[in-house]
Ligand binder design. Structure first.
Ligand code: ADP
Ligand code: MG
Length: 469
C-alpha cells in the first residue's frame, strides 16, 4: 500500500490513483515547498509594509509607490465621450467610452493582438502599430470620425512601470512582461505615442496617462465610492490605492486643495532581493531564463504570464526523475512557456473521472506520446500546487495595503481586473480563504469584485478628470 499523500495543499484535492511511493513522496516534497502558512503570509506582509513606507519616502525604491497625479475621485455624475487605449501585455485595446451620468457607461471597444516582433522590436515600431490601431478603430467604429474635424481626447492606460511627472507625462522605468523595445527606457511614453499619432495624422490628443491599476481603481470608484484598491491579476500583477497626500513624503509639488492621490504601488517588483518570498528551484529556473532576471520576483510567482512556466518546470523535473509520462517529454513541452496558464485553468477545472480535457491538452496540444490516469492526476496536482500558492501569495499585498491604510475594521471595496482572476478556477476563493486566516471575520467587510475592462474606462475617466481640472 502506498502511503496516503500528506501534501499540505489547504484545498480539496482528488486522490492520485495508483501512484508509486516515489511519485507520492516527490510530489509531497514539492507541495511542502509551495506551502504558505498564515505565519509566513504575515511575515511577507510585514516586509511589504516596510517596503511601501520606503517607496513613499524616496524615488527609485524596489516597491516604487508611483504618484499617479490623479487627485480627483469620480462621482458617477460625469458626462462626456472619450477614447481610451489600453496596452496590457497581451492585448492592445482601443475603446470609445460614453459617460451618460447616473453611473451609466457605454463602451465600444476592439482588441488587437501585440505580436512578439512588436514587443521586442524598436519603440517607434510599437508606437506606430498602436497609432495604426487607433486610426483603424476610429474609421471602423466611430461615426463622426471623418465627418468633422473633431479632435478626440484620449486616456492612455500603459501597464508598465512609469515614473509619472504629470497627468499626461511619464518616463518608462523598465519594460516588463516580455517587452524589450529598444530606445524607450527613460523616455516619455505619452510623447512617443503622440508623435506616432501625429506622424499618421490621427486627430487624437493624449490627455491622461494611467497605469491599468489606476484605471481599474477609478472605474470601480465610479460605481462604488467605498473602493480603496484596484488590482490586476492578468499577464502581470499590480495594485493602486488612494493615499493621503501628506504621507507621500517624496512629492515635491503638493497639488492644491487635494487630500488624496492615487498611488500605483508596482508590487510586481516586490522582493527582488528574494528575502521574504518562499522561492523554489522552479522559480529560480524561470527567473534565470527570463528576459528580466532578478526583476519582478513577486509577479513571477503569481501572474498569468508565468504560472504555466513554473508548472512546466515542475513537470519536467518529474519527467527527468522518471516519475511522469514514463520519463518521456515532447519537443513541445520542452519549449519554454509552452505550458500556458490557460491549460492550468482547464486542467484544474476538469472534474471528469478520466481527466479527458487534461488528456487532450497533454496528448494533442503538447504531443506527449501517451498519458496514464495517474500521470494526468499528477499534472492536475501540480497545477493545484502552483495555482494555490499564487492565490495565497496574492492575499499578502492586498492585505498589506488595507493594513497600511488602517481600514481592516472599517471594510473596503476592491476592484480586480485580469484574466487570471476572472478565469482561473478557485483563484478568488483561495485568495479569500487566505484573507480570512489573516483578518478573521473582518474579511466579511472586504468586498472583492471583478472590474472587467476597468482599465479602459478608468483611462477615459482620467482624461475626463484632467479636462475638468
Ligand atoms: P493583460 O494583462 O494584457 O491586460 P489579461 O488580463 O487578459 O491581459 O491577462 C492575460 C494573461 O492571462 C495571459 O498571461 C494568460 O496566460 C492569462 N490567461 C488568459 N486566459 C486565462 C485563463 N482562462 N486562465 C488562466 N489564465 C489565463
Ligand atoms: Mg489588462
Amino acid at each position: 500500500m502506498p502511503p496516503v499523500l500528506s501534501s499540505i495543499i489547504r484545498d480539496k484535492v482528488d486522490h492520485i490513483d495508483g501512484a508509486s511511493n516515489a511519485q507520492l513522496s516527490v510530489i509531497d516534497g514539492i507541495a511542502k515547498e509551495f506551502d504558505l502558512t498564515v505565519e509566513k503570509l504575515s511575515e511577507i506582509i510585514k516586509h511589504f509594509c516596510n517596503e511601501m513606507d520606503k517607496g513613499l519616502e524616496k524615488t527609485g525604491m524596489n516597491v516604487a509607490m508611483i504618484p499617479s497625479f490623479v487627485t480627483g475621485v469620480p462621482t458617477g455624475k460625469e458626462v462626456g465621450t472619450f477614447l481610451a487605449l489600453d496596452l496590457g501585455g497581451t492585448n492592445l485595446r482601443v475603446c470609445e467610452i460614453a459617460f451618460e451620468g447616473e453611473g451609466i457607461i457605454k463602451v465600444k471597444q476592439h482588441k488587437y493582438r501585440v505580436t512578439e516582433t512588436q514587443k521586442t522590436g524598436s519603440a517607434r515600431q510599437l508606437f506606430d502599430f498602436i497609432a495604426d490601431c487607433v486610426d483603424k478603430f476610429l474609421a471602423e467604429f466611430v461615426t463622426d470620425y471623418t465627418e468633422n474635424a473633431k479632435i478626440f481626447k484620449m486616456g492612455f492606460t500603459f501597464s508598465f512601470p512609469v515614473e509619472q511627472t504629470a497627468i499626461n507625462q511619464g518616463n518608462l522605468i523598465k519594460w516588463t512582461k516580455g517587452f524589450t523595445c529598444s530606445d524607450s527606457e527613460n523616455k516619455d511614453v505619452v510623447f512617443m505615442l503622440q508623435e506616432a499619432l501625429n506622424r499618421k495624422g490621427v486627430p487624437v490628443v493624449v490627455s491622461a496617462l494611467v497605469n491599468d491599476t489606476v484605471g481599474t481603481l477609478l472605474s470601480h470608484s465610479y460605481k462604488d465610492p467605498n473602493t480603496l484598491i484596484g488590482i490586476i491579476y492578468g499577464t502581470g500583477t499590480n495594485g493602486a490605492y488612494y493615499e493621503e497626500i501628506s504621507k507621500i513624503k517624496k512629492l515635491n509639488k503638493i497639488p492644491d486643495a487635494s487630500e488624496k492621490m492615487i498611488i500605483n504601488v508596482e508590487w510586481g517588483a516586490f522582493d527582488s532581493e528574494k528575502k521574504a518570498l518562499p522561492i523554489t528551484m522552479f522559480d529560480n529556473k524561470l527567473d534565470r531564463e527570463s528576459n528580466n532576471p532578478h526583476y519582478q520576483i513577486f509577479e513571477k510567482m503569481i501572474s498569468g504570464m508565468y504560472l504555466g512556466e513554473i508548472a512546466r518546470n515542475i513537470l519536467l523535473h518529474l519527467v527527468d526523475r522518471m516519475l511522469l509520462f514514463d520519463g518521456y517529454s515532447s519537443k513541445e513541452l520542452n519549449r519554454n512557456y509552452s505550458f500556458e496558464t490557460e491549460y492550468m485553468s482547464a486542467i484544474e477545472a476538469d472534474e471528469s473521472h478520466t481527466l479527458d480535457n487534461a488528456r487532450k491538452i497533454l496528448e494533442e496540444l503538447l504531443n506527449i506520446p501517451s498519458t496514464t490516469l495517474t500521470d494526468r492526476q499528477i499534472v492536475k496536482r501540480v497545477c493545484q500546487i502552483v495555482g494555490l500558492r499564487a492565490a495565497r501569495l496574492s492575499s499578502t499585498t492586498l492585505a498589506a495595503v488595507i493594513i497600511h491604510c488602517g481600514m481592516v475594521e472599517c471594510g473596503v471595496s476592491v476592484g480586480i481586473d485580469g484574466s487570471l482572476f476572472e478565469f482561473y478556477p478557485h483563484f478568488s476563493a483561495r485568495l479569500k480563504t487566505a484573507l480570512r486566516e489573516l483578518f478573521g471575520s473582518n474579511v466579511d467587510k472586504i468586498e472583492i469584485s471583478l472590474a472587467r475592462d476597468g482599465s479602459g474606462v478608468g483611462a477615459a475617466l482620467a482624461a475626463m478628470l484632467a479636462a475638468t481640472e
